[in-house]
Design a protein around this ligand. Structure first.
Ligand SMILES: [Fe+2]
Ligand SMILES: [Fe+2]
Length: 240
């Protein structure tokens, strides 16, 4: 289903951080989103500690969602080492989890990876020195490469990039300066700017700000639940 203008209404939210004692917290919201959007995008940190019980509670709530759901996981979803089980539970509830893949919905390609830290621009962490640093940087580069491979596979003219970590610093404004390099990596933006996209959505930065642009001028939205958005709701509504 599309709007009269032929555009697709995308509702996007990240950082739900569903806890074990929070059953039903999002049922109403997902019902409301189903009435106001055509696709729901989830930007990671869907559970608080990556516990299967938390994923089951979210899965129950997601059954109230009547529109297609795509998403990526966040760092919190990895915390307990149960990422496979958490993924399976969410997939069972209809979430098309993107881990370096893309999916096409009504003519729009959704392409996603979690992303990783590493910092921004000229101050980005480089692969120099101890093996542990090189491993850390390699993880950031791997995520950017997975994104690039996935983006090459998108056939649609319109594409939405779904991330957990931030690709730019602009949507992190408001976060303490000291933690900015841990909140994302501009390797993601460099990759995105090799392609033309309609929108980039991310989460992870609960205290950042809603809107920014890649160095190539493509729109980026921080849709973490905690961020104030033009809708006045916990989710963003973007037409692509
Ligand atoms: Fe988060
Ligand atoms: Fe996060």
């Amino acid at each position: 289903m599309e709007t009269e203008t032929g555009r697709l209404r995308v509702a996007a939210i990240g950082d739900l951080h569903v806890k074990e004692d929070e059953g039903g917290a999002y049922k109403e919201l997902f019902g409301e989103i189903s009435r106001s959007a055509d696709v729901l995008v989830l930007c990671g940190d869907l559970t608080d500690l990556g516990k299967p019980k938390e994923a089951e509670l979210l899965a129950d709530d997601l059954r109230a969602c009547a529109i297609p759901i795509v998403g990526v996981l966040g760092n919190h979803d990895y915390e307990c080492g149960n990422v496979e089980e958490v993924s399976a539970i969410l997939k069972g509830a209809g979430v098309r989890l993107l881990e370096g893949q893309s999916v096409e919905i009504d003519g729009v390609g959704f392409v996603g990876v979690k992303g990783f830290s590493g910092g921004f621009g000229r101050r980005m962490l480089g692969a120099f020195g101890e093996p542990a640093i090189k491993q850390f940087v390699a993880e950031a580069m791997n995520e950017a490469m997975r994104l690039e491979n996935a983006m090459r596979g998108v056939k649609s003219k319109r594409a939405v990039v779904v991330l957990h970590y931030a690709p730019i610093v602009e949507t992190l404004e408001g976060e303490p300066l000291e933690i900015m390099p841990f909140l994302g990596s501009s390797r993601l933006a460099e990759t995105i700017d090799r392609f033309k996209v309609s929108a980039v959505v991310h989460g992870h930065a609960h205290r950042g700000r809603y809107e920014g642009r890649t160095p190539g001028g493509q729109p980026v939205y921080n849709v973490a639940r905690q961020i104030e958005k033009p809708t006045g709701k916990p989710y963003a509504l973007i037409e692509v």
